[in-house]
Design a protein around this ligand. Structure first.
Ligand SMILES: [Zn+2]
Ligand SMILES: [Zn+2]
Length: 275
């Protein structure tokens, strides 16, 4: 976690004698916030200034004993120590709510920059885990609007946190080299599924030439139908190239298509499924 301590961002001291009340009991979880004002992105060297300005606003404007949040996360993924651990925040709405959950504010606004960056979501996730491990805080996750009438933390942050605050995927879209080729899929399918039906043995005296011909005919039709099914599946695959492709799922779908086709041919030729 890219933690910026109070000393590092130049925080003013808690207001005394009753400032930033110590509170060491376990928390239910972590509640997220946004700024609720216009915000514009800035270079990281300006983030300290912004956090100090916010502290001044909370202490001098609101009359609070310190900056209201437990932690703040800038768009560059740095986690600023606000009141930090083991102290009651003053951001969640009332004393009960302030004691119930830690308060983590993402530096995004209600206008201007409203959507958190990937770095910021990773930083927020770091802060949540830090609170859980060291708070300690439980698994509960939510936003300021949970249990209090406010738009905070905005829809972007709220949807994300209610989804469990997952880390943004770092994987890039699938590269061409990673895509299974039609040939690779065909090979996988044929290797797994298309063992040839047992041919009648030539030493069986009960087999007539007609039996062989009939078997060859069935086999030929099976192969043609399987090929058509495979082609259709590969065409379907081509249409979804560029999205995430689960090779196992594609192979399973192709196998099913071929199995269906084989049964259909057997019914057509023999009047009953081969089982
Ligand atoms: Zn809030
Ligand atoms: Zn920053």
């Amino acid at each position: 976690m890219k933690l910026v301590t109070r000393a590092q961002w130049g925080a003013r001291a808690y207001r005394t004698p009753n400032g930033a009340t110590p509170y060491s009991r376990d928390r239910r979880g972590v509640k997220l916030h946004y700024l609720g004002t216009a915000y514009s992105d800035r270079t990281h060297d300006k983030c300290d200034d912004y956090v100090r300005q916010l502290q001044a606003q909370h202490m001098d404007g609101n009359g609070w004993s310190d900056i209201g949040y437990s932690f703040l996360v800038c768009t560059h993924g740095y986690v600023y120590e606000g009141r930090g651990l083991k102290r009651r925040n003053s951001a969640n709405g009332n004393t009960t709510l302030n004691e119930q959950d830690y308060a983590v504010c993402l530096l995004v606004g209600s206008s201007g920059l409203v959507k958190p960056t990937d770095d910021q979501l990773n930083g927020a996730r770091d802060a949540i885990e830090y609170c859980r491990e060291n708070g300690p805080a439980g698994d509960w996750l939510g936003g300021h609007r949970d249990g209090y009438a406010t738009a905070c933390p905005g829809d972007y942050v709220y949807v994300w946190v209610k989804a469990g605050a997952p880390r943004p995927t770092t994987s890039t879209p699938p590269q061409e080299d990673d895509m299974p080729t039609a040939q690779e899929i065909a090979d996988a399918v044929w290797a797994k599924q298309l063992a040839s039906p047992t041919a009648p043995t030539g030493t069986d005296p009960n087999r007539s030439a007609g039996t062989f011909l009939r078997w060859a005919d069935v086999r030929h039709q099976q192969e043609m139908t399987q090929l058509a099914a495979l082609s259709a599946s590969v065409e379907a695959l081509a249409r979804i190239v560029g999205q995430d492709v689960d090779t196992e799922q594609v192979v399973a779908a192709v196998q099913q298509a071929i199995a269906d086709a084989v049964i259909k041919v057997d019914v057509d030729v023999n009047g009953q499924p081969s089982g």
